[in-house]
Write a protein that binds this ligand. Structure first.
Ligand code: GLU
Length: 300
């Protein structure tokens, strides 16, 4: 029997560090549209593996906001805080293969090397070492991003040996995201361009773990009025829940889409129209000013 083709599947994976803001709304809608316009599934995963950065109640508030926007996930919401056994298994494999190593380097010792780890630089053994992935010279990654185009990175030069388990014992985002995207059968990763710099590392991990490589699309970055990344300015333009269709329509225009002639006030009806009208090729590379929303494409 021929193998069953993998159904298209995408996800929105917020960290519970604050309210759903304009940048995360763009990622939520963008990932939903990419999945749905080809009849695929869309999932939500709460990336709650960094308790020091977590804001109490943020995950539930994000889920309530998604529900008000009519963005209904297929299947149960997954929380990374419950999936440590999967990350431990992957880490074990990387250690066994000699791809990962225990590292006692302190942040201050690495500061002399621009914070990039290419070999251990000594210092006293720590009680709380981190575990890093070995990234030897010549480790290069290249891929076609569906929005940002050709991306190439010399991972050894740019990020060096990167952390898989932090010195404080928490899992690193890079390991958890790669393990989960594969375990959940994600075929397309749609997220903000602030994560474009992480993708090469994630591809190196996929290679070392023998995992399939999904297709990537990095949405334009939103900048606030002062030109700062919106995702980094706390609670920037939070969705207040009052007019979900207006919020969706605003994000839709930022994604370069043609205005929808929709008169509905039900976000679920609006989303059905949007998934049929969605044209991924119209999404600008960005960056975009969140406050000046013209819906125009960047000049080619
Ligand atoms: N949890 C990450 C964030 O909120 C996103 C991870 C991803 O989409 O890969 O920035």
């Amino acid at each position: 029997m021929p193998p069953t083709p993998t159904p298209p599947r995408g996800r929105f994976a917020p960290s519970p560090t604050g309210a759903l803001h304009a940048g995360s709304l763009l990622a939520a809608l963008g990932s939903w549209l990419f999945a749905r316009h080809v009849g695929g599934e869309w999932h939500v995963r709460i990336e709650d593996i960094d308790p020091p950065r977590e804001v109490a109640g943020a995950a539930d508030a994000q889920l309530r906001a998604l529900a008000r926007l009519g963005l209904q996930p297929d299947g149960a919401v997954v929380r990374q805080s419950t999936r440590g056994a999967l990350y431990a298994q992957a880490l074990e494999r990387l250690l066994d293969q000699g791809d990962a190593f225990v590292c006692h380097c302190s942040r201050s010792a690495l500061a002399a090397h621009a914070g990039v780890h290419r070999r251990c630089v000594g210092g006293a053994p720590r009680r709380d070492p981190s575990i890093r992935l070995r990234v030897p010279q010549g480790t290069r990654v290249a891929f076609e991003d569906a929005i940002q185009g050709h991306v190439a990175e010399d991972v050894h030069a740019v990020t060096g040996d990167f952390v898989l388990r932090r010195a404080d014992g928490y899992w690193a985002y890079q390991l958890a995201v790669v393990v989960d995207d594969a375990a959940q059968g994600m075929t397309g990763i749609v997220r903000g361009a602030d994560l474009l710099g992480s993708t090469a590392r994630q591809m190196v991990l996929q290679q070392r773990l023998g995992l399939p490589v999904p297709r990537y699309a990095h949405l334009p970055l939103l900048l606030d009025a002062r030109g700062h990344k919106l995702s980094k300015s706390l609670d920037a333009l939070p969705f207040d829940g009052t007019d979900p269709v207006a919020a969706l329509a605003g994000a839709w225009l930022l994604l370069g889409q043609q205005p929808l002639a929709a008169t509905t006030t039900d976000p679920r009806d609006w989303l059905v129209l949007a998934s049929a009208a969605f044209e991924p090729g119209r999404i600008p590379r960005g960056p975009l000013a969140a406050s000046h929303n013209t819906g125009d494409r960047d000049p080619p």
